[in-house]
Design a protein around this ligand. Structure first.
Ligand SMILES: [Mg+2]
Length: 323
């Protein structure tokens, strides 16, 4: 891989894509895209990430642009709908953006909201879609007691699993032992991708399912190795990527030996615009695992402002020493 700053900066296209629904407190998503020998790679660490963390995302982007992907074992990947922490009245509108999904991931434990808000949101999903699988994602927002109370309040909606109910691995392990009788699996997300050791949560017996993302784990190959070593079922997820980044996730999901759960790769439906005229949004509940190449006109139409491009160039320079 060519890691010279000037050449990488010249290859980099920064775009700002409007979101259909406010997410993570932002209304647009900035991503950087690199063309390479094998295709296009996406580098889209969130803006607050420090260089050491963002560098892992960069390694993933450059690997995906420059190297051929591992062989696919499946050509399409079933995906879940993602429901942000919206009011019950907004639930139907968000879910209507997902075609044919049989699983809904509901965001819970949002700052500024209370458990009753989560229960009302999950109840609305269950009322609208009686047969859908429901998983909830707390993004580590609960303490152990709060999580136990919440899971007991939500369990009668028939939860597939609870994603990152608490922030730390010891808390997850404690909650998992308390919930054992409920038989609701615990999935680890932030404890995998933001940990200095992504395998710690598996070794500690603190989770039943691993949520893995290609960019934060340093690329498709690195993520495949982590899943193999952890020995737990994996759900591939995205981070509000453009269709280029989603296709990196789909490549990972397509190459996993086993894929028992629907993947969190349907988030293209949360974007109001994308870099391709055929965005990688769910059709019949699945997305394609093929590569996605951006459309030059759309790259131009959504090009980030010059001061934002300058910011991303600074980020690039700050990340290179960590590669
Ligand atoms: Mg999550």
């Amino acid at each position: 891989m060519d890691l010279a700053y000037e050449r990488l900066a010249d290859r980099m296209h920064v775009v700002s894509l409007p979101l259909a629904t406010r997410f993570r407190g932002v209304e647009s998503r900035e991503v950087a895209l690199f063309p390479g020998a094998a295709g296009w790679g996406e580098w889209s660490p969130f803006l607050e990430y420090e260089p050491e963390e963002a560098a892992r995302w960069l390694r993933a982007a450059l690997e995906d642009a420059d190297l051929e992907r591992p062989a696919l074992l499946r050509t399409t990947v079933p995906v879940n709908a993602t429901l942000p922490a919206v009011a019950p009245s907004a639930v139907a509108g968000v879910l209507a953006r997902y075609d044919g999904c049989r699983t809904v991931k509901v965001k819970v434990a949002e700052r500024g909201q209370v458990l009753e808000d989560d229960v009302a949101r999950v109840a609305e999903v269950r009322a609208l879609l009686p047969d859908v699988r429901i998983r909830v994602d707390a993004n580590g927002g609960w303490g152990v007691d709060e999580a136990e109370t919440a899971v007991r309040a939500l369990e009668h909606f028939d939860l597939e699993y609870v994603e990152q109910p608490c922030a730390s691995v010891p808390e997850l392990a404690e909650l998992r032992s308390r919930l054992r009788r409920l038989a609701i699996p615990i999935a680890a997300d932030e404890s995998v991708r933001k940990a200095s050791d992504p395998l710690l949560v598996a070794r500690a017996g603190a989770a039943d399912v691993l949520v893995v993302k290609a960019q934060p784990l340093g690329g498709v190959r690195a993520a495949l190795a982590i899943v193999a070593e952890a020995g737990l079922p994996a759900v591939v997820s995205s981070a509000l990527d453009s269709s280029v980044g989603l296709s990196m996730g789909a490549a990972l999901a397509g190459a996993l030996p086993s894929l028992p759960y629907d993947c969190g790769l349907g988030t293209g439906a949360l974007l109001a615009a994308d870099v391709t005229p055929s965005p990688l949004v769910p059709v019949g509940g699945s997305i394609s695992a093929d590569r996605v190449a951006p459309d030059p006109a759309l790259l131009a139409a959504h090009a980030a402002a010059p001061e934002r491009v300058a910011h991303w160039r600074e980020r690039l320079a700050a990340c290179l020493p960590h590669l």
